[in-house]
Design a protein around this ligand. Sequence first.
Ligand SMILES: Cc1ncc(COP(=O)(O)O)c(C=O)c1O
Length: 491
Amino acid sequence: MDAAHDDPAPLYRRLAGLLERAMASGALQPGDRLPSVRRLAQQHDVSLNTALQACRWLENRALVQARPRSGYFVAPTPPAPLPEPRLDPCMEQASFVSVDAVLQEFMRVVEDPEALPSFHAAPARTLLPEAKLQHLLAGINRRHPEYASGYRMEGSAALRREIARRAISSGVQLRPEEIVVTNGGMEAVYLALRAVANAGDTVALESPTYFHLLQVIESLGMRALEIPSHPRDGLSIEALDFATREPGAVRACVLLPNFPNPLGSLMPVAHKRRLVGLAAERGFTLIESDIYGELHFGEQRPPALRSFDPDGDVILCSAFTKTVAPGYRLGWVAPGRHFLKTQGLKWRTSVACPMLQQEVLAQFIRDGGYDHHLRRLRAALRTQMRQMAEAVARHFPAGCRLSVPQGGLMLWIELPRGIDSRAVFERARREHIGVAPGAAFSCSRRFDHFIRLQYGDPWSPRLEAAIRRLGAIVAELAADPAGVDAGLPPA
Ligand SMILES: Cc1ncc(COP(=O)(O)O)c(C=O)c1O
């Protein structure tokens, strides 16, 4: 290998780097065939396995494409990226939530098995380790029939140990005894909110935000205060600073600093530090959901907010529903100094979580299966994100904007003003194209011309056709915004 000997990167990455530089310089052009794996190995004096790994690494980054029995080819030049959506800095007053009728409509169709892209923000089944989990489950079920007859209210000790161990990678020190296992990520946030806030209190949320968070706030009789969020950096700390200047104005702030739904933004470390300091100074509780934190496209897993809080004031919630087994419905909360209250609320709300699934996940993580799975999942999602972003740039009309996320599962797309995303949703769903209308992610009308697409499905000609058709629907509505379908639910 002729690259510098003091380069600490593994050999396959150095070889991939050489090929990447050849593409950047134009020595290898879009559509060119790469030298065969055997040839690469000979030319650079590396093993066949190293040469193959280099090609696969480039493929995972969508820089080359594999063609069966023909080898690897430089990927076509992607279309020019779309500009980023703009931050709307306006803030409305805190208000009681009344969830838009379009969300009820969305919930009715969300399970359409024919939808592509699917409506659900989750990786496709083919990207999840079903067979491995099934195998583990059968073995554990055989060895521990008692899991059918009993449960542990404090959750599986084995799973809590693995959660605590994994938390280190997000910069967080946890003891297993500080963790409450929950029914998915939503129960974790629900318990955290109930532990620190009461009916009538104001809860700040990033805006746009995940619609079920708005629904939970509605069901608890709390007020929502939507804080503008930037598609790249996430929640505006300046706006939150402004909103919390009156003592007691805000009781809690619920946010996803890493790749939130629907924005996919990533809060810079300096902002995370400032935010934790602001919460301590103003006396409100940060409730962070890090449910997408493991789905990062960069080399490093981004830190959790909680890692900047030595005192356990930040409540950290997460789940395994976006990464490994949506159907197991397992999540967790590390409530810090609100532990006893949160644990009591869990017992009173849903008592416990099924032991069998908890033990299966614990073993999957302990044996290294989870890390292996995550590496493959992240690579697949990064490729799918790029494929979908490029298809949107190819097929959507001028005037659309798109934020390219650094992780997570979704694209947030701004359509030309005047297009009602509810009309896009209505038309697309009839053709089994899964779109979430922007109106569902806020109580304001600010995101009525946005849509969310999720890229958990592997790329295919059918998916390309769906995005092309969606682009045509948007173009038709752009040409005739008044042609909104009859039968739309009221805004
Ligand atoms: C921010 C956020 N929290 C929670 C959930 C749902 O989590 P769970 O299925 O683990 O309850 C989602 C799913 O889309 C989400 O985006």
